[in-house]
Design a binder for this molecule. Structure first.
Ligand SMILES: *[C@@H]1O[C@H](CO)[C@@H](O)[C@H](O)[C@H]1NC(C)=O
Ligand SMILES: *[C@@H]1O[C@H](CO)[C@@H](O)[C@H](O)[C@H]1NC(C)=O
Ligand SMILES: *[C@@H]1O[C@H](CO)[C@@H](O)[C@H](O)[C@H]1NC(C)=O
Ligand SMILES: *[C@@H]1O[C@H](CO)[C@@H](O)[C@H](O)[C@H]1NC(C)=O
Ligand SMILES: *[C@@H]1O[C@H](CO)[C@@H](O)[C@H](O)[C@H]1NC(C)=O
Ligand SMILES: *[C@@H]1O[C@H](CO)[C@@H](O)[C@H](O)[C@H]1NC(C)=O
Length: 555
């Protein structure tokens, strides 16, 4: 009761002091993705829920649209859709972070108080881990943060490369009451999740063994470690002792966020992984497109785990300077273990559907081989589309031996213009009249001995007629049996970003695109089938999306 009064008052004060963002002509500015008012943004940091308020911190350059002067910026929300930008939480002001306040996480401590652990860099480039705590716990927005006088709390010693020692995860508490945290590092040339323990969150001791290390990878950045429920449709607190869980270890390297699953015994901190990163024939990533340095948090109010990831620009520095900003955050995604127990599934959080406005719907419509079908009546530059395809003639599928096939290479050799048998079929988004520009998110179905292989691609090769932007194609196989289920796709289109969820969230591909013709009300949306085999759109729903409210507090 007391809290809700404080919340209402705080929101009224905040809303009274809003100033609208400038609305200069910005064809690539998004309408419902998280962006700061201006300048450079990269990793999401320390997302959390505290007393009914969602917090998102992020790596930000307050002084320019390119990387540099890295601080922790801070925004708050009641719904993860509409945001209030607050003053920055951490600036590089001390010797232990003078070269920047780099990525880290928040942990809600046993007494309910939140704490930030972040990486700071000394003037000699040595990386260390620091603590910051809220100045005033009665301030519902936790506007001010105080760095601990005990900083730095973790320093690179005993063989740790001081330049590769960063990004503390959310900490978790074992049955012995000790806190554990992992950091990304490179030990003896191996990507490593270095483990530390602490009784009081101030004094940290490095464990003899890392939580995990992998001979096959580069340095781990932004490691994340958390339980997921087996057969449960809900998320689990990071410190949960629930037996019916598996653990996920996520590490960022080579431009993608990879994960492995395993079982974790907190008594001896043994993480026994089912596969290692980059094992042959094994390639689980949160997203097979442009998505990096993600971070999850447990939303205790709705019992779910939510992930955020950084979506970088692909249009060069000069254009970033021209438009005055760089970088987006993904739509927050809820993360669950798939019912097979073999992989994760991700889905845009339910709240994003509050932005859905006018919709159009198509049902049971045949899509002949070599045809396109325009979806009329939707603002195609700012939309949410869900479609499912019925394949009736699987016998015609082309043969493939998937072992050793790189799905991404297959997508870029055989793009949407390849005339296959079953597919390419899918959506053409941010398409111009006459299809000079189009971004194709599509599937192809292959046959391999006794089973079918489903390929999902995002083809940016024709996304803009302009030279300059990176037009890389992405792709992955999805573990779907097309005899048992329809092929589904959900795509969130937002001016210069296309986030696609295939197979009900079993594979995600995010693309950045910079159309020159297909902007605002000149953008079109189509379903297409460039295979030779006919298929049926079982159902397609498309919604115009309203603009999210992102406003700056005038503090
Ligand atoms: C960092 O900030 C300084 C001081 O405001 C400024 O001169 C410099 O251009 C900034 N660097 C970048 C990369 O924005
Ligand atoms: C970097 O500077 C810090 C603080 O003065 C010091 O503790 C550390 O030993 C230095 N690291 C290296 C590699 O020189
Ligand atoms: C702490 O925050 C509350 C709520 O915003 C405010 O009323 C109070 O004055 C603040 N205390 C201090 C010391 O700033
Ligand atoms: C870790 O757990 C796995 C699976 O339970 C077991 O095979 C392995 O021996 C354990 N390792 C250690 C060091 O206890
Ligand atoms: C689409 O909008 C109509 C009203 O215009 C509504 O009746 C229908 O339920 C909506 N469909 C979906 C899937 O939201
Ligand atoms: C389908 O294939 C033809 C022939 O390669 C190509 O010209 C056309 O652009 C393709 N359609 C789509 C939607 O990519």
């Amino acid at each position: 009761m007391v809290i809700s009064v404080i919340r209402v008052v705080a929101l009224c004060v905040a809303l009274a002091s809003l100033r609208a963002e400038s609305s200069i002509e910005q064809p690539y500015r998004t309408a419902y993705h998280f962006q700061p008012p201006q300048n450079w943004m990269n990793d999401p940091n320390g997302p959390m829920l505290y007393k009914g308020v969602y917090h998102l911190f992020y790596q930000h350059n307050p002084y320019g649209p390119l990387w540099g002067n890295i601080t922790w910026a801070h925004s708050v929300s009641y719904d993860l859709v509409n945001w209030l930008h607050l003053p920055h939480a951490l600036f590089p002001t001390d010797p232990f972070d003078i070269k920047g306040c780099f990525s880290g996480s928040t942990t809600i401590l046993s007494d309910g108080k939140p704490a930030i652990l972040y990486t700071g860099v000394y003037s000699n480039d040595s990386q260390v881990q620091n603590l910051a705590l809220p100045k005033n716990l009665s301030d519902p927005f936790l506007t001010e943060w105080v760095k601990s006088p005990l900083n730095p709390l973790m320093i690179p010693n005993n063989g740790i490369d001081p330049k590769n020692f960063r990004d503390p995860s959310t900490a978790w508490q074992g049955p012995d009451g000790m806190w554990r945290v992992i950091l990304g590092g490179n030990l003896n040339g191996q990507g490593t999740a270095i483990l530390y323990q602490s009784k009081d969150f101030f004094t940290w001791t490095r464990s003899t063994n890392p939580l995990h290390s992998s001979v096959k990878t580069n340095m781990f950045e932004c490691p994340d470690f958390y339980p997921v429920s087996i057969n449960g449709n809900y998320g689990v607190d990071t410190s949960s002792q629930d037996k019916f869980t598996k653990h996920v270890l996520k590490a960022s390297f080579d431009g993608n966020d990879y994960y492995i699953l395993g079982s974790y015994t907190p008594q001896n901190d043994n993480f026994s992984a089912e596969n290692d990163f980059l094992d042959s024939g094994f390639d689980f990533r949160y997203d097979y497109g442009k998505f990096y340095a993600s971070k999850t948090f447990f939303d205790s109010s709705k019992k779910r785990r939510i992930s955020w990831g950084w979506i970088a620009e692909m249009d060069g520095d000069a254009n970033a300077v021209k438009k005055g900003w760089s970088g987006l955050q993904s739509i927050p995604r809820s993360i669950l273990l798939h019912k097979t127990g073999k992989q994760l599934i991700q889905w845009p959080i339910k709240e994003i559907e509050t932005l859905r406005a006018r919709n159009v719907s198509i049902q049971e419509k045949q899509l002949k081989g070599g045809s396109v079908l325009e979806v009329l009546g939707v603002t195609a530059s700012q939309a949410d589309v869900e479609v499912s395809f019925d394949l009736t003639n699987l016998k015609e599928a082309e043969f493939i031996v998937p072992d050793g096939v790189n799905p991404r290479a297959l997508c870029s050799q055989q793009t949407a213009s390849f005339r296959g048998m079953i597919g390419p079929f899918g959506l053409l988004v941010l398409a111009s009249q006459g299809l000079t520009e189009q971004t194709a998110i599509f599937f192809r179905i292959f046959k391999s001995h006794e089973k079918y292989i489903v390929l999902m691609c995002s083809d940016q090769s024709r996304s803009t007629f302009r030279d300059g932007p990176d037009k890389t194609t992405y792709g992955t196989f999805i573990d779907i049996d097309p005899r048992q289920e329809k092929i589904t796709l959900r795509t969130l289109i937002d001016h210069s970003v296309v986030e696609s969820f295939g197979g009900n969230g079993r594979a995600c591909i995010t693309a950045r695109v910079y159309p020159a013709l297909a902007i605002d009300n000149q953008a079109h949306l189509y379903a297409f089938n460039n295979g030779t085999v006919d298929l049926t759109i079982s159902r397609l729903d498309a919604w115009n999306m309203k603009k999210a409210r992102l406003v700056s507090a005038n503090i």
